[in-house]
Design a protein around this ligand. Structure first.
Ligand SMILES: Cc1ncc(COP(=O)(O)O)c(C=O)c1O
Length: 404
């Protein structure tokens, strides 16, 4: 891969115009959009307007001028990116909290099924939340097995198979239709965590027959730090599943101020408390960029960026732990090296921002919307130089930060 080839790819890139719609800090090549997406320029104006006008001037009147429906409106914007209908998705809370709601709801469907099954090495919050959720339902238990043992562990007692579609470390992707069918054939529900897949690959929840899903707003959707997450429940389940965190915003008629809880119809019941309007505003303007986007172009560009950076990593002598077949992965790439932490720090010092995942993983997000092929080519050159010249050996690169 040469600079000229990367330039030629940029010249015909149908997504090239998106890059200029994001803040691009001078001297930075940002390969961490899978962790915290970049700032869309439109978000600066949208949040300023929200703060100065909607909040500053309109004050509480703004609830009736667009705020109260924001969770449904933003959910509907996520829907086409995950192969769902607009009324199957709502934006609320964090991915962790949404998982809790769905796990407990799934466990309450059929008391003869009391096991939540998941994968060892799943993202920690998924397992931690599942541990808390089973503790809240009498008789329920969490079973965590290696990926290769999942199929065999599905059984008559499985209430829910809960998997992360694209693995946060390796970027390995589960085949959504196959695993959804496996769960349902065993009589269980299927819940997908789409945090590393939404905006990275084309997701088809309804085509796969999925039951429920959650995902992050602050990664590929560029909703900003701590952006609201989203939650999907297939239409056929919407009347039968109940939010265990029943709060007034999920009530059928919150402004009747009744003592008793009556769940709202549809997705609104998955709300609990007052929505985070500032967060929803930023997420909405990030999502506006996705309007009408062709996800096959996102996948094709992701694969092209991946090939460029993969070649650079291999040339530098790193071991790649991400599948080489694009249908088996998301849009990040991970390498293994005993001094992964130091190499990532040395790259950050040169302006190439990736991240480190314990114990020895260098992880780089290749976000098709915000990166050019030349960006990724240059980042690959810098990676090669840092390893070739041993730049990472400087003592300052071994100092551990709290967030890695
Ligand atoms: C697979 C997965 N699930 C969940 C989360 C985070 O959830 P929360 O936003 O609740 O912290 C992450 C964050 O990186 C993730 O990778």
């Amino acid at each position: 891969m040469t600079l000229a080839t990367a330039e030629a790819l940029d010249a015909v890139d149908p997504l090239a115009h998106y890059r200029g719609q994001f803040a691009q800090p001078e001297g930075v090549i940002y390969l961490d959009g899978n962790s915290l997406g970049q700032l869309p320029l439109a978000t600066v104006a949208a949040t300023h307007e929200l703060v100065t006008q909607a909040w500053g001037e309109r004050l509480i009147r703004s609830w009736n001028e667009g705020w109260i429906d924001a969770p449904q409106r933003v959910g509907a914007m996520v829907a086409p990116l995950i192969g769902a209908d607009a009324n199957e998705v709502i934006a609320a809370d964090s991915t962790s909290v949404n998982l809790y709601k769905l796990i407990v709801a799934a466990l309450r469907i059929d008391p003869s099924r009391n096991v939540v099954l998941s994968e060892a090495g799943n993202f920690p919050t998924d397992l931690h939340v599942a541990e808390g959720a089973v503790a809240a339902v009498p008789g329920a238990q969490l079973r965590v097995v290696e990926r290769g043992d999942l199929a065999g562990a599905l059984g008559d007692d499985t209430a829910l198979l809960m998997l992360t579609h694209v693995h946060y470390k390796t970027a390995e992707r589960f085949d959504m239709a196959t695993w959804t069918k496996a769960a349902q054939d065993a009589g269980a529900l299927m819940c997908w965590d789409l945090s590393h897949s939404v905006g990275a690959v084309a997701v088809e929840l309804n085509a796969a027959g999925a039951d429920m899903a959650v995902g992050c707003g602050y990664k590929y959707l560029n909703g900003g730090p701590g952006a609201p997450a989203f939650l999907y429940v297939a239409k056929r389940w919407q009347d039968r599943l109940h939010n265990p965190l029943s709060g007034w915003m999920g009530h059928a008629a919150p402004f009747e101020f009744a003592d008793g809880y009556e769940a709202a119809p549809g997705m609104k019941r998955w709300l609990t408390g007052t929505p985070s309007v500032l967060g929803l505003c930023a997420l909405e303007s990030g999502l506006a960029l996705w309007d009408g986007i062709d996800l096959s172009q996102i996948e094709a560009k992701s694969a092209a960026l991946w090939n460029i950076f993969h070649a650079a990593g291999i040339a530098a002598g790193l071991e790649c732990i991400t599948p080489t077949d694009p249908v088996e992965r998301g849009s990040h790439i991970s390498f293994r090296h005993p001094h992964a932490y130091e190499i990532v720090q040395a790259m950050i010092a040169r302006g190439v921002i990736g991240d480190f995942r314990d114990p020895d993983i260098l992880r780089f997000g290749l976000t098709p919307m915000t990166l050019s092929h030349v960006d990724v080519w240059r980042a690959g050159q810098i990676l090669g130089e840092i390893i070739e010249h041993g730049e990472w050996q400087k003592p300052q690169f071994a100092i551990r930060n709290a967030v890695t």
